[in-house]
Design a protein around this ligand. Structure first.
Ligand code: HEM
Ligand SMILES: CC(C)=CCC/C(C)=C/CC/C(C)=C/COP(=O)(O)OP(=O)(O)O
Length: 305
């Protein structure tokens, strides 16, 4: 009797855990923040409200493709993930989910997302989303991540694409404004990620991944975070300089930038061992704050017309 109860959970895999594991491949929280940036790109693309169909289908398609890219990352990185404490409990790395199932899920999500965009939104959005998917799932994950400490800088282009994708989903064309929004995320990625990489340096070292703190040391990485922090601050001021955003955005971003740079300063000066992980978590609130301010300012200006 005791034997039966102990073996039941492993011999009877049910659909319930399968769905939970499949969802676990999607990096839901990261994709959710990306979709916020996508939605802001959509909103800023037009003076009034963007067409509802483009918004719904665009967010759905870009969301599905991003989840597909994340699932590919879980499959390709399964051996590295298994070695790192932060990632070893992931579904494929821990062998709870078969590789073939995860791969099928990644392909299904990616095809569904890109096809939906091509069919219901426009071909340019589908093409750019596909390029971002390849950029993250293949170029970053399978190649750059293992090859160079600049992996996240180059790979950051794919992660920075969401506001451009949102803009193109509404207008059907690429313009300079969404490229500025992309630049904000692109410059933000190194302070976002290298702060975590310092905190998890031993993990990356053990897995043999050439992240900057592993290859060039923690003090050099702290300096890079400080410098890219300033680049991010400059990038957030560009929408004001070109007249895309106004006083409300400026005020919010001033406060956010001050806090962001205090965190980056604490990391740079190496004041305490908790600064890097604190800076990492703040970076996410910061990005949401900057994009929230862009949205608020856009509609505040529209309403006052
Ligand atoms: C190449 C670019 C990027 C790299 C290398 C990177 C790296 C990471 C890593 C390693 C984590 C920890 C994940 C975990 O423990 O599960 C993380 C978390 C996170 N990242 Fe990034 N990231 C990048 C771009 C982005 C972008 C573009 C966004 C959003 C627009 C984003 C939003 C987030 C969020 C919201 C979390 C927290 C997830 C959670 O709470 O589980 N990241 N990032
Ligand atoms: C279509 C489109 C916009 C695609 C972008 C897809 C996407 C989910 C990008 C997320 C960026 C990210 C979390 C990188 C970390 O990967 P990592 O492998 O370094 O981190 P890990 O060790 O936590 O897996």
């Amino acid at each position: 009797m005791r034997n039966i109860t102990m073996t039941l959970p492993t011999t009877r895999p049910s659909l319930t855990w399968s769905w939970k594991e499949l969802l676990g491949l999607c990096k839901i929280k990261v994709v959710a923040v990306m979709l916020v940036c996508t939605a802001v790109g959509m909103a800023l693309a037009t003076p009034g409200l963007p067409p509802l169909a483009n918004v719904v289908m665009g967010l759905l398609g870009i969301g599905l493709a991003s989840c597909g890219a994340a699932a590919f990352n879980h499959v390709i990185d399964r051996h590295l993930d298994a070695v790192m404490t932060r990632t070893s409990r992931r579904p494929v790395a821990s062998k709870r989910l078969p590789v073939v199932v995860a791969l099928g899920w990644a392909i299904l999500l990616s095809i569904a997302g890109v096809a939906l965009l091509a069919w219901q939104v426009n071909p340019l959005t589908a093409a750019l989303t596909f390029a971002s998917l390849i950029g993250y799932a293949l170029i970053y994950t399978a190649f750059l991540k293992r090859a160079t400490p600049q992996n996240i800088v180059i790979g950051g282009l794919a992660g920075a694409a969401p506001p451009l994708l949102g803009w193109v989903a509404v207008t059907g064309q690429i313009s300079p404004e969404p490229l500025l929004l992309m630049l904000i995320i692109f410059a933000w990625t190194p302070p976002h990620f290298w702060a975590l990489a310092i905190h998890k340096c031993d993990d990356y070292s053990r897995a043999g991944i050439p992240m900057l703190p592993v290859t060039h040391g923690v003090p050099f990485t702290r300096l890079q975070i400080w410098l890219y922090g300033w680049l991010t601050v400059l990038a957030t001021l560009l929408p004001i300089m070109i007249g895309m955003s106004g006083a409300l955005y400026f005020l919010v971003v001033l406060c956010l930038n001050a806090r962001f740079m205090v965190w980056n300063w604490r990391v740079w000066r190496g004041l305490d061992s908790t600064a890097p992980i604190g800076a990492f978590w703040f970076s996410i609130r910061y990005l949401l704050g900057v994009f929230g301010a862009l949205l608020l300012d856009h509609y505040a200006t529209s309403l006052s017309w």
